[in-house]
Design a protein around this ligand. Structure first.
Ligand SMILES: Cc1cc2nc3c(=O)[nH]c(=O)nc-3n(C[C@H](O)[C@H](O)[C@H](O)COP(=O)(O)OP(=O)(O)OC[C@H]3O[C@@H](n4cnc5c(N)ncnc54)[C@H](O)[C@@H]3O)c2cc1C
Length: 231
């Protein structure tokens, strides 16, 4: 873990509720795909955000958003808007990608939990992993699928990769899966025993998923989520 000063390079909207943040650390900083950083709002107030980029990239990318009624994200964004430089602790968390495992992989994101799986998916693509990879991304409304085209292209580039977007409240023109994202996984796999499962999203989702996946054969030691440390 490294505490480091970072320049705030860019804040740009990904959707009406989610902002893409680019930071440049004052020197290259080590971390693993799937780890998070903490933005220091003050010495007593540090907010964790998954790193969407991979260590091969010079900038640290974040996707910050979520429920508008929740000040968690909006206060962090206000801090980033008001400061040209911020302090961050980088390389936190135990739910990073296990490159050496030979198990097939399920990446499960709820909302802005996508930031976490995006980092791992990019690392998987860069390493040209030849194991089945299923990326499920659940959102409340389809307008929240800000990387839809890119992920469809990612799945098209390699027969090992599948991308399954799941919309909770679909419009009538939505032709994909609907409902809660973890229920789509439960419907698609008779047993989850063989899989490494990486997941991020709201805490309530993480708790529900952990119980439901264990019941469907998932192995606790093959389920990775930093949210588990908070619930
Ligand atoms: C280590 C760590 C890293 C974090 N990283 C980020 C980050 O990078 N960006 C950020 O903005 N916040 C982050 N947070 C804060 C928190 O995780 C987010 O507030 C949360 O992911 C926001 O989700 P959402 O509002 O986008 O999802 P929502 O829009 O609430 O939900 C999206 C989907 O998740 C599923 N879901 C939601 N609730 C449930 C439920 N109760 N049961 C079953 N399924 C459910 C559904 O499929 C739903 O459509 C982080 C927190 C921690 C501890």
């Amino acid at each position: 873990m490294s505490k480091i000063r970072c320049t705030v390079d860019q804040l740009s909207p990904l959707t009406s509720g989610v902002t893409r943040v680019l930071l440049t650390p004052e020197h290259p900083v080590p971390y693993q795909p799937g780890q998070y950083l903490q933005i220091w709002l003050s010495d007593d107030d540090k907010r964790p955000f998954s790193i969407a980029s991979t260590p091969a990239q010079a900038q640290l990318e974040l996707h910050i958003g979520g429920a508008v009624t929740d000040p968690y994200a909006s206060q962090a964004l206000a801090h980033l808007q008001q400061h040209a430089e911020i302090t961050a602790e980088v390389g936190l968390g135990q739910a990073f990608w296990r490159e050496d495992s030979q198990n097939p992989i399920i990446l499960l994101a709820g909302g802005t939990g996508f930031s976490y799986v995006y980092s791992i998916a990019q690392a998987i693509a860069a390493a040209a992993v030849k194991r089945p990879v299923f990326l499920y991304w659940g959102v409340r409304d389809q307008s929240a699928l800000y990387h839809l085209a890119e992920l469809q292209q990612w799945a098209d580039t390699d027969a090992h990769y599948r991308f399954i977007p799941v919309v909770q409240n679909p419009d009538t023109d939505w032709q994909g899966r609907s409902g809660l994202v973890h229920e789509a996984v439960l419907a698609d796999f008779v047993s989850l025993e063989a899989y490494d499962i990486y997941l991020a999203g709201p805490f309530a989702m993480a708790g529900v998923v952990r119980s439901a996946f264990l019941e469907q054969g998932g192995k606790r030691e093959q389920m990775f989520a930093d949210a588990f440390a908070y619930i």
